[in-house]
Design a protein around this ligand. Structure first.
Ligand code: ZN
Length: 151
Protein backbone atom coordinates (compact mmCIF):
# COMPACT_ATOMS: atom_id res chain seq x y z
CA UNK A 1 0.00 0.00 0.00
CA UNK A 2 1.37 3.43 -0.85
CA UNK A 3 1.94 5.91 1.95
CA UNK A 4 -0.71 8.19 0.47
CA UNK A 5 -3.32 5.45 0.47
CA UNK A 6 -2.37 4.50 4.00
CA UNK A 7 -2.87 8.12 5.10
CA UNK A 8 -6.18 8.27 3.30
CA UNK A 9 -7.39 5.15 5.07
CA UNK A 10 -6.16 6.39 8.44
CA UNK A 11 -8.11 9.58 7.86
CA UNK A 12 -11.28 7.62 7.12
CA UNK A 13 -11.13 6.01 10.58
CA UNK A 14 -10.26 9.27 12.35
CA UNK A 15 -13.03 11.09 10.54
CA UNK A 16 -15.67 8.52 11.46
CA UNK A 17 -14.53 8.74 15.09
CA UNK A 18 -14.74 12.50 15.18
CA UNK A 19 -17.97 12.76 13.25
CA UNK A 20 -19.89 9.49 13.57
CA UNK A 21 -22.54 9.10 10.86
CA UNK A 22 -26.08 7.95 11.56
CA UNK A 23 -25.62 7.84 15.32
CA UNK A 24 -28.71 7.50 17.50
CA UNK A 25 -31.98 5.60 17.41
CA UNK A 26 -34.24 5.91 14.36
CA UNK A 27 -37.81 6.49 15.66
CA UNK A 28 -39.29 4.60 12.70
CA UNK A 29 -36.97 1.60 12.95
CA UNK A 30 -38.72 -1.74 12.46
CA UNK A 31 -35.66 -3.89 13.18
CA UNK A 32 -32.90 -3.66 15.76
CA UNK A 33 -30.23 -5.82 17.32
CA UNK A 34 -27.69 -5.46 20.06
CA UNK A 35 -24.05 -6.40 19.70
CA UNK A 36 -21.61 -7.12 22.46
CA UNK A 37 -17.86 -7.68 22.30
CA UNK A 38 -16.88 -8.61 25.86
CA UNK A 39 -13.23 -9.16 24.97
CA UNK A 40 -12.85 -5.41 24.42
CA UNK A 41 -15.94 -3.99 26.14
CA UNK A 42 -17.56 -2.69 22.95
CA UNK A 43 -21.33 -2.34 22.80
CA UNK A 44 -23.34 -1.56 19.72
CA UNK A 45 -27.04 -1.27 18.93
CA UNK A 46 -28.11 -1.17 15.31
CA UNK A 47 -31.49 0.20 14.26
CA UNK A 48 -32.86 -0.02 10.77
CA UNK A 49 -36.02 0.50 8.80
CA UNK A 50 -36.57 -2.17 6.20
CA UNK A 51 -38.73 -1.12 3.28
CA UNK A 52 -39.53 -4.37 1.50
CA UNK A 53 -36.11 -5.96 1.22
CA UNK A 54 -34.21 -2.67 1.17
CA UNK A 55 -32.56 -0.84 4.08
CA UNK A 56 -34.25 2.55 3.90
CA UNK A 57 -32.63 3.90 7.07
CA UNK A 58 -29.96 2.60 9.40
CA UNK A 59 -28.30 3.93 12.51
CA UNK A 60 -26.19 2.77 15.41
CA UNK A 61 -25.58 3.71 19.00
CA UNK A 62 -22.93 2.37 21.27
CA UNK A 63 -19.71 2.78 23.10
CA UNK A 64 -16.32 1.23 22.89
CA UNK A 65 -12.96 1.52 21.27
CA UNK A 66 -12.19 3.73 18.28
CA UNK A 67 -12.13 0.79 15.85
CA UNK A 68 -15.58 -0.43 16.89
CA UNK A 69 -17.16 3.02 16.73
CA UNK A 70 -15.57 4.01 13.42
CA UNK A 71 -16.52 0.66 11.92
CA UNK A 72 -20.15 1.05 13.07
CA UNK A 73 -20.33 4.53 11.56
CA UNK A 74 -18.84 3.34 8.27
CA UNK A 75 -21.12 0.27 8.25
CA UNK A 76 -24.23 2.48 8.33
CA UNK A 77 -23.00 4.53 5.37
CA UNK A 78 -22.24 1.34 3.40
CA UNK A 79 -25.50 -0.49 4.10
CA UNK A 80 -28.01 2.31 3.65
CA UNK A 81 -30.06 1.66 0.52
CA UNK A 82 -28.81 -1.92 0.16
CA UNK A 83 -30.89 -5.10 -0.03
CA UNK A 84 -30.40 -7.90 2.48
CA UNK A 85 -28.41 -9.92 -0.08
CA UNK A 86 -26.22 -6.94 -0.94
CA UNK A 87 -25.59 -6.35 2.77
CA UNK A 88 -24.56 -10.00 3.27
CA UNK A 89 -22.13 -9.71 0.33
CA UNK A 90 -20.64 -6.46 1.62
CA UNK A 91 -20.08 -8.09 4.99
CA UNK A 92 -18.28 -11.00 3.30
CA UNK A 93 -16.01 -8.50 1.55
CA UNK A 94 -15.41 -6.54 4.76
CA UNK A 95 -14.72 -9.73 6.72
CA UNK A 96 -12.13 -10.81 4.15
CA UNK A 97 -10.49 -7.37 4.31
CA UNK A 98 -10.16 -7.34 8.10
CA UNK A 99 -9.07 -10.98 8.42
CA UNK A 100 -6.58 -11.11 5.52
CA UNK A 101 -5.62 -7.48 4.91
CA UNK A 102 -6.65 -7.90 1.27
CA UNK A 103 -7.33 -4.57 -0.38
CA UNK A 104 -10.74 -4.02 -1.91
CA UNK A 105 -10.68 -4.33 -5.71
CA UNK A 106 -11.90 -0.79 -6.05
CA UNK A 107 -10.90 1.94 -3.62
CA UNK A 108 -13.49 1.82 -0.92
CA UNK A 109 -13.68 3.16 2.60
CA UNK A 110 -13.93 -0.48 3.68
CA UNK A 111 -10.22 -0.72 2.86
CA UNK A 112 -9.51 1.60 5.79
CA UNK A 113 -9.87 -1.45 8.01
CA UNK A 114 -7.37 -3.67 6.14
CA UNK A 115 -4.72 -2.86 8.76
CA UNK A 116 -6.86 -4.51 11.43
CA UNK A 117 -5.81 -7.97 10.21
CA UNK A 118 -2.41 -7.42 11.85
CA UNK A 119 -4.17 -7.14 15.24
CA UNK A 120 -6.35 -10.27 15.54
CA UNK A 121 -7.91 -9.16 18.83
CA UNK A 122 -9.31 -6.08 17.06
CA UNK A 123 -11.06 -8.02 14.30
CA UNK A 124 -14.01 -8.53 16.66
CA UNK A 125 -14.10 -4.78 17.28
CA UNK A 126 -14.34 -4.13 13.55
CA UNK A 127 -16.99 -6.75 12.81
CA UNK A 128 -19.24 -6.26 15.87
CA UNK A 129 -21.61 -3.71 14.33
CA UNK A 130 -21.86 -5.73 11.11
CA UNK A 131 -22.92 -8.82 13.07
CA UNK A 132 -25.57 -6.74 14.82
CA UNK A 133 -26.79 -5.30 11.51
CA UNK A 134 -27.07 -8.75 9.90
CA UNK A 135 -28.94 -10.09 12.94
CA UNK A 136 -31.34 -7.14 12.68
CA UNK A 137 -31.81 -7.86 8.96
CA UNK A 138 -32.48 -11.53 9.59
CA UNK A 139 -35.11 -10.39 12.02
CA UNK A 140 -34.34 -12.95 14.67
CA UNK A 141 -33.69 -10.21 17.20
CA UNK A 142 -30.93 -12.30 18.74
CA UNK A 143 -28.15 -10.27 20.30
CA UNK A 144 -24.88 -10.53 18.41
CA UNK A 145 -21.92 -11.51 20.47
CA UNK A 146 -18.37 -12.03 19.37
CA UNK A 147 -18.12 -14.94 21.81
CA UNK A 148 -19.31 -18.38 20.78
CA UNK A 149 -21.56 -18.80 23.82
CA UNK A 150 -24.67 -16.74 24.43
CA UNK A 151 -25.74 -15.42 27.80
ZN1 ZN B 1 -12.90 -2.79 20.65
Amino acid sequence: MSADLSDLYQNVILDHNRRPRNRGRIPTANRSAHGDNPSCGDQCDVFLRLDGDRIAEISFDGSGCAISQASASLMTTQLKGKTTAEAENLYKEFHEIVTTGKEPEEISDLGAFAGVHAFPARIKCATLSWHAALNALRGDGAPATTESHKD
